[in-house]
Design a protein around this ligand. Sequence first.
Ligand code: GTP
Ligand code: NA
Ligand code: MG
Length: 294
Amino acid sequence: IDKSNFVTRPPVVTIMGHVDHGKTSLLDKIRSAKVAKGEAGGITQHISAYTVEQNGKKITFVDTPGHAAFSEMRSRGASVTDIIIIVVAADDGVKPQTEEVIAHAKASGCPIIVAMNKMDKETANPDMVKSQMAEKEMLPIDWGGDIEFIGVSAHTGDGIDDLLENILIQAEMLELQADPSSKAKATVVEATLEKGRGPVATVIVQSGTLRVGDNIVSDTTYGRVKAITNDMGQPVKELGLSETGNVLGLNDIPTSGSVMVVQDSEKEARDIATTRAEHARAKELSKSTKVSLE
Ligand code: GTP
Ligand code: NA
Ligand code: MG
């Protein structure tokens, strides 16, 4: 590959952990602390991905649900990410979804940071968290291992700067680079059908720049980008490297985790999507034929 157009891109950080350990609270706190007042119209409204700035450097965060039912989403989350934050409530310790997340994180090969949340609670016990994590081969740096454990509170905001600084240190070591001038490739974090707007896909750009007017294909869906809103809900003309926003214009709802790719023409995008849909149908058909023959 020709790397002459490559530039440093911001890290994409996925937050994972057991249900109710405070992933969403932590993200909301980071966002409200880092976004200038008045700038964010819908800041109370939670969104699953956004970008903030720490000391002039950008970080994109992705939230994931902790419920057992969302295992699929966590494995997808692990694949779009550069760095994984495992949130463990310091009063509750390692729980089933924490263990599942450790497995995803290890399999992804991404650097891991452990955020010990709810440190404001009387019952918070960081040493308990560390020893439980150490049993899962997640050894803290201060215990001779190589994983950073940071105490935080989503309620008071304590430790959040420390967490963000650590993310930036990890990102620097990863030397994340991509070409902003190439045709865009983005990952669909989630997608829904919105009344009056049609299919809306929340994406994170992994390479290139995604623009209004681009012909796109994402799994078996295709279309032309009709409009883009950024993570503040504002209309924008494009999304750059590691940026996140909502994309309108697909003919249907793409699968979460699928990759959105820009094509040269609308015909090309449609042909790819239709071929994929036909393959998927043929596969389903052969499955049901096999079952009926048995
Ligand atoms: P799921 O998405 O359902 O898995 O939960 P979550 O991990 O996103 O947790 P959420 O942010 O919904 O928080 C769960 C509960 O813990 C809420 O009642 C929060 O107010 C509380 N909580 C979160 N962070 C803190 C914290 O730092 N300190 C205290 N005391 N409570 C917290
Ligand atoms: Na919750
Ligand atoms: Mg949550």
